[in-house]
Design a protein around this ligand. Sequence first.
Ligand code: 13P
Length: 249
Amino acid sequence: MRTPIIAGNWKMNNTVEEALSLVRELKETLNDVKDREVVVCPSFTALYAVANELKGTNLKLGAQNCYFEDEGAYTGEISPVMLKDLGVEYVVIGHSERRTYFNENDDLVNKKAKALLQKGLKPIICVGETLEQREAGETETLVRKQVFRDLDGIEPYQLKDVVIAYEPIWAIGTGKTATSQEANRVIALIRATIKEMYSEKEANTLRIQYGGSVKPGNAKDLMNQRDIDGALVGGASLKAESFEAIVKY
Ligand code: 13P
């Protein structure tokens, strides 16, 4: 019922030429994939070139961040309008690296989510706990709080364009993955939170990804879990071979 969505978050990697060469490889191997959505999220600097390269393919374009205003005196920022203009469809917001290194909080993530939806773009909203929070038994409370705050004021009809990515911070780039059962448990909790905030209908249709050291070897097990609807892949999305293997789990 929910179409799986697998997105490659390239983070701060790849020059324009490198991005083009990766996306050319991906086009060859992934253009025939029909039963799942495949998204690549290059850096801002490569978006225009990659957008042109993806024309006429099944692959979708994502960005890794944005600001919430349309335009104006916000030096260094990129607006949803600008991303839309390039053919971007998805935008990752609230990634733990943005929350940690750039002090982004739920209030800002919420403003970005609303601005994106208003412009017809689809936010991939990242939530997840640190190791300390997990060890202190705070995972459930923290993740529920993030979901409540990040989605505050978003209307039920807009949820069809929202994706949530559960990314436990201790699993990002560390090679440690949450077990598929544990990832599913927290994702089911997020789904229950959506039911509480909206209704069963929205809870059943909202797509929730898992992210954090997803690799070809663990993708199938994760993706076969009942509540997991795809993956947000970092490191393994930088090589065509491993990203292809994950997409085709
Ligand atoms: P890794 O797959 O490199 O652990 O990164 C996950 C991530 O942060 C995706 O957004």
